[in-house]
Design a protein around this ligand. Structure first.
Ligand code: NDP
Ligand code: 2IT
Length: 446
């Protein structure tokens, strides 16, 4: 008997040529969903998987802007509104030269299940541009963001689609995007999250992805009567997610010994100095060479000279970008005795790398569960912007912790129900799918 999930995967590969990241994300999810959909003919009859893998809408647009020398520049803009079965589209915007349709679609697809796992009413989307904010002046970034919003405003809205940040889109970019939206629409609404605290933002949103990643890891360790305290931790990346992963891990008593950026990586056996890291990355928008110059205990390795995964650790948190941890790195981590790997980034581990962790009983927490604290806190921000009533840091953090506990229970329970105890890849895919599938069945063929 041929498998429904396998048939749909074949169609996805045939009908979406040249989109390897999208194929990879779909292959992983459908590989898990086989357990659910192949034995229940109602799904195939409703064309559920065929609808699930096809975005409801893909917007692609031109973003013209003028640089500081007066030259006209053109970038590509995207918003993939993937699935709105359980709520309005929600997901970040990425500004990075590597952005293309395949990357946008893989991220939008992942976001469907991640958003469902939060237990909140949000559909999945992603957007962005191949614009590179690095080396651009504030004025250039502002004009680019204004041009981006001048097209995107007509496709988004508080009850339609609520974008946020991702790689290359932080508080500066969200501010410029919000300013332009407000100006065009003449209304102040929470159409973006990740806003500054002076104009409708939420405490803890900045920290939320990294904190959520560490909380979920602590839950998974606690379930095995273990804890993060005393563990040696390696982190990749040094952006928003990486910084607040380092912060919470250190608060819980772990020692974080690495961070990286696209030029190189740092090994700091004394434990990453967060004040210096924040100063270099958040204030100066500098490179990690500046960290190594200021912190005597740090060793700097330029790109091409090994990677953070060469450092022996108990826990690894990949927090930079997709496919940054391959099977060679995974095998090395396993050999060195890694206990837990949790994905702060979206799909940072390759398919083969993931298999190695699962085969070797490493606790592996996939991005759609592990980094969901960011988008969950975006929903907490939406509530506050809408009511114009703002909550304390402690209140938002408590709500985030409750959501993360719920995520752990759901993915652990789904893995147990389907007979793959401790396999959080399958657990996350199935637990994320169930609510979306229910809604799609109930809403008819749309
Ligand atoms: P930032 O832009 O703040 O930081 C990205 C970091 O990763 C930087 O250190 C960057 O180095 C490095 N990096 C990015 N792309 C590459 C690349 N191609 N090669 C090497 N290094 C790279 O982004 P975030 O911290 O927000 O995002 C990091 C990851 O977390 C992404 O996968 C994102 O999708 C995911 N994520 C983010 C959430 C959020 O709320 N921000 C929520 C959930 C997931 P450099 O500066 O040199 O480019
Ligand atoms: O990948 C992600 O979940 C994000 N970049 C955050 C999305 C959001 O809407 O807060």
């Amino acid at each position: 008997m041929s498998s429904y999930a396998e048939k749909v995967l074949k169609q996805v590969k045939r009908d979406n040529p040249g989109q390897p990241e999208f194929h990879q994300a779909v292959a992983e999810v459908l590989g898990s969903l086989k357990l659910v959909v192949d034995s229940d003919k109602r799904y195939e009859k409703a064309g559920l998987l065929e609808r699930l893998v096809e975005p409801e809408r893909v917007l692609m647009f031109r973003i013209p802007w003028v640089d500081d020398k007066g030259r006209v520049r053109i970038n590509k803009g995207y918003r993939v509104q993937f699935n709105s079965a359980i709520g309005p589209y929600k997901g970040g915007l990425r500004f990075h030269p590597s952005v293309n349709l395949s990357v946008m679609k893989f991220l939008g697809f992942e976001q469907i299940f991640k958003n469902s796992l939060t237990g909140l009413a949000i559909g999945g989307a992603k957007g962005g541009s191949n614009f590179d904010p690095k080396g651009k002046s504030d004025g250039e970034v502002m004009r680019f963001c204004q041009s981006f919003m001048t097209e995107m405003f007509r496709h988004i809205g508080v009850d339609t689609d609520i974008p946020a940040g991702d790689i290359g889109v932080g508080s500066r970019e969200i501010g410029y995007l919000m300013g332009q939206y407000k100006r065009i629409r003449n209304e102040y609404v929470g159409v973006l999250t990740g806003k500054g605290l002076s104009y409708g933002g939420s405490l803890v949103r900045k920290e939320a992805t990294g904190y959520g990643l560490v909380y979920l890891s602590e839950e998974a360790l606690n379930a095995r009567s273990d804890t993060l305290a005393g563990k040696t931790v390696t982190v990749s990346g040094s952006g928003n997610v990486a910084i607040y992963t380092c912060e919470k891990a250190a608060q819980l008593g772990a020692k974080v010994v690495t961070v990286s950026d696209s030029d190189g990586w740092v090994y700091d056996p004394a434990g990453i100095n967060l004040d210096v890291l924040k100063q270099v990355k958040e204030e100066e928008r500098g490179r990690l060479t500046a960290y190594a110059e200021r912190v005597k205990s740090a060793e700097y390795h330029a790109r091409g000279n090994g990677s953070v995964w060469d450092v022996t650790c108990d826990v690894a948190f990949p927090c930079a970008t997709q496919n940054e941890l391959d099977e060679v790195a995974a095998a090395k981590l396993v050999k060195d005795g890694v206990i837990l790997v949790a994905e702060g980034a979206n799909m940072p581990t390759t398919a083969k790398g993931t298999d190695i962790f699962l085969e070797n009983s490493v606790i592996f927490l996939p991005g759609k569960a592990a980094n969901a604290g960011g988008v969950a806190t975006s929903v907490l921000e939406m509530s506050q912007t809408d009511t114009r009533l703002f909550w304390s840091f402690e209140k938002v953090e408590r709500k985030l912790q409750t959501i993360v506990k719920h995520i752990f229970t759901s993915i652990d329970d789904a893995a147990n129900r389907y007979g793959v105890r401790g396999n959080y890849v399958v657990g996350s895919n199935i637990a994320g799918f169930e609510k979306v599938a229910d809604a799609m069945m109930a809403e008819g063929i749309v």
